[in-house]
Design a protein around this ligand. Structure first.
Ligand code: B12
Ligand SMILES: C[S@@+](CC[C@H](N)C(=O)[O-])C[C@H]1O[C@@H](n2cnc3c(N)ncnc32)[C@H](O)[C@@H]1O
Ligand code: SF4
Length: 519
């Protein structure tokens, strides 16, 4: 039997700053291959819809699985599902991934009979059972845990027992040299851990995995890293090195093998401050970029997003990050309530700090707590605008002024880093990349104005809407925090035992959450 795995097209941000391999889909593809399926993968970030249709016609897969991590990709994926089913009516067409797991029923409705199933949760655990059910009893695939069809659903998805048994099918991706992250060109991705034990109200990373946290062994990381040819590595973990010991063990294992790469990772300010030595060690190993979700430059904002960190600690983390001598990127969330003055203050602050500053727009989406608690009404239910670059809540400023301010702030940041002074620093890297035939970073440097443009952002709101999102259900029972968070989880929260953290680290997380954990 033939299994085709499909990743949708890139979104705005990916068109300029980075484009990365579809790691989750590669893991799913490898799971199918291990089950004996003839497996292929197509990534529409770097290939076209025509390429997909050609592959459908020439190769005629029996099963087609789409990856749907990003809500903004919903309309594209639904249209592709319909096109695939029309071409190959006997094929089994299904969707998995982060956003699909939070919106399963409405996706099936949009699919209008073309979509056979949604597989919720992590794909490696549910897929083998789903594949077996497709083969043996296609009418009753909805009995499989994590599967939802028009006929019913098989209950909560299960966890994969051991991350060390996983492997991404990196070889199935046909254009590996197209993946890059800034100057890390080309760049591969790797996972050291899965899940997040915090619970920020705007984020769905924790609700997807039931607040669990699992890690890979250092040996497994070394094994994976030895297979990667790219010099640049993006570590996809939500919060890198929550536990210092793990960071040291992995780092030491890589050092023993003489593996030298350039790394990008993301972490929290309080984790950085708690585990300074491990980040210093990783700087020696080759960490050259770090992302910190600062979120707000005032205390009110941090509380609103329930980031569970003080403003002063965040600033202290920035001070420390600066001493590491690496590139630090941070993100600030712009609320739609911001006025001209607020944008001006943030712009001034951004100009003063040496960090690369990204600005996102506060966006409640399915799977986040803010989806259920945000009191303002959504101004749109067009999935495509839920990409944290558009305003989906009422803006205090007229919306065209809001976008003008937003893009101006982003431009100030971009110019600061890509201005001529900064260009001098990157020129060496650029020349090196070009000599190796890697042009992704160079080509994308000049795309900013084409992609980030207030008139285009505004015009996006006028696009005809084919698929409407289901509105949030605001039930009185969600006034209890416990009921609220329970209603959000994709994977069942299994409490303390589901987190591979030592007691001190679990305590550190709990203290930062201001309460003893109930889940
Ligand atoms: C790495 C990452 C990225 C990478 C993506 C690289 C890539 N090409 O995939 C980069 C940095 C580019 C990125 C960008 C963005 N990201 Co991002 N990202 C993540 C992050 C931290 C980890 C994802 C990951 O790789 N995990 C590891 C792999 C192994 O897991 P996975 O991909 O989830 O796949 C598993 C399951 O989802 C499932 N699965 C996935 N596909 C399929 C397919 C089938 C058939 C099946 C059965 C199962 C299945 O099985 C997989 C294996 O277990 C998540 C947070 C999270 N923890 O999920 C946010 C997250 C997915 N990102 C988010 C956002 C908002 C964005 C941006 C829109 C932000 C922006 N500034 O514009 C952009 C848009 C990117 C785009 N499409 O163009 C949100 C998604 C919000 C939403 N609901 O739409 C998340 C959830 C973070 C958050 N704040 O909550 N991101
Ligand atoms: C993957 S997230 C988290 C990074 C890291 N785990 C942390 O805690 O610092 C990357 C960033 O995207 C932004 N973001 C995520 N969800 C968002 C949302 N719903 N609305 C606006 N911005 C969001 C936040 O600034 C967040 O820090
Ligand atoms: S710490 Fe980061 S990954 Fe975890 S819930 Fe908060 S924003 Fe999401």
């Amino acid at each position: 039997m033939k299994f085709l795995a499909v990743h949708p097209s890139p979104l705005m941000y990916t068109k300029v700053f980075l484009r990365l391999e579809p790691l989750g889909l590669e893991q799913v593809a490898e799971t199918a291959r291990r089950q004996g399926y003839d497996t292929r993968l197509i990534d529409l970030q770097v290939e076209s819809h025509q390429d997909l249709f050609r592959l459908m016609d020439d190769w005629q897969p029996d099963i087609v699985g789409f990856s749907l991590n990003y809500l903004a990709n919903v309309p594209e994926v639904i249209d592709l599902v319909k096109a695939v089913k029309a071409r190959l009516p006997k094929s089994f067409v299904f969707i998995g991934g982060h956003s699909a797991s939070f919106t399963a029923e409405e996706l099936l409705e949009h699919g209008e009979g073309s979509l056979d199933a949604i597989l919720k949760g992590e794909g490696e655990s549910g897929l083998p059972l789903l594949l077996q059910a497709i083969k043996e009893d296609r009418e009753n695939v909805h009995d499989v845990p994590g599967v939802v069809t028009m006929k019913g659903e098989g209950g909560q998805p299960t966890f994969i027992p051991d991350l060390d048994n996983l492997a991404p099918a990196r070889d199935l991706v046909r254009h590996r040299n197209k993946y890059f992250l800034g100057t890390l060109d080309p760049c591969a991705s790797i996972e050291f851990s899965r899940g997040c034990p915090w619970d920020c109200s705007f984020c769905s990373a924790w609700t997807f995995y039931g607040r669990s946290y699992r890690v890979m062994s250092p040996d497994k990381v070394v094994e994976e890293m030895e297979k990667i040819r790219e010099p640049g590595i993006f570590i996809v973990d939500d919060v890198a090195f929550i536990q210092e010991k793990m960071g040291f063990e992995i780092g030491e294992a890589l050092a023993r093998k003489g593996i030298k790469k350039e790394y990008y990772l993301e972490t929290r300010g309080d984790v950085l401050l708690r585990n300074k030595d491990v980040f210093k060690f990783w700087k020696e190993l080759g960490m050259s970029y770090m992302f910190l979700g600062i979120e707000s430059i005032d205390q009110d904002g941090l509380e609103k997003y329930r980031k569970r960190i003080d403003l002063s600690r965040n600033f202290e983390a920035l001070e420390f990050a600066r001493t590491l001598g690496i590139n630090v990127a941070i993100n600030i969330i712009a609320d739609t309530d911001w006025d001209h003055e607020r944008f001006r203050v943030v712009r001034e602050w951004c100009k003063e700090v040496p960090e690369i500053v990204n600005i996102s727009v506060n966006t409640p989406y399915p799977g986040t707590e803010s989806w259920l608690t945000e009191s303002r009404n959504l101004t749109t239910r067009d999935y495509r605008l839920f990409d944290i670059q558009h305003a989906v809540l009422p803006t205090r400023l007229p919306i065209e002024e809001f976008y003008a301010e937003l893009v101006e702030t982003q431009r100030v940041m971009f110019t600061k880093h890509m201005g001529w002074a900064a260009m001098r620093d990157v020129t060496k890297v650029l020349v090196g990349n070009l000599m190796r035939g890697q042009t992704n970073f160079a080509k994308n440097l000049f795309k900013f104005d084409k992609v980030f443009n207030p008139a285009l952002q505004l015009a996006d709101h006028q696009m005809p809407v084919k698929y409407q999102m289901k509105p949030p259900v605001k039930d009185a029972k969600f006034s209890s925090a416990k009921a609220l968070s329970k209603s959000l989880y994709v994977h069942e929260p299994l409490g303390r035992t589901s987190r591979q953290l030592d007691d001190d680290t679990e305590k550190f997380v709990d203290e930062s959450r201001g309460a003893l954990s109930e889940s």
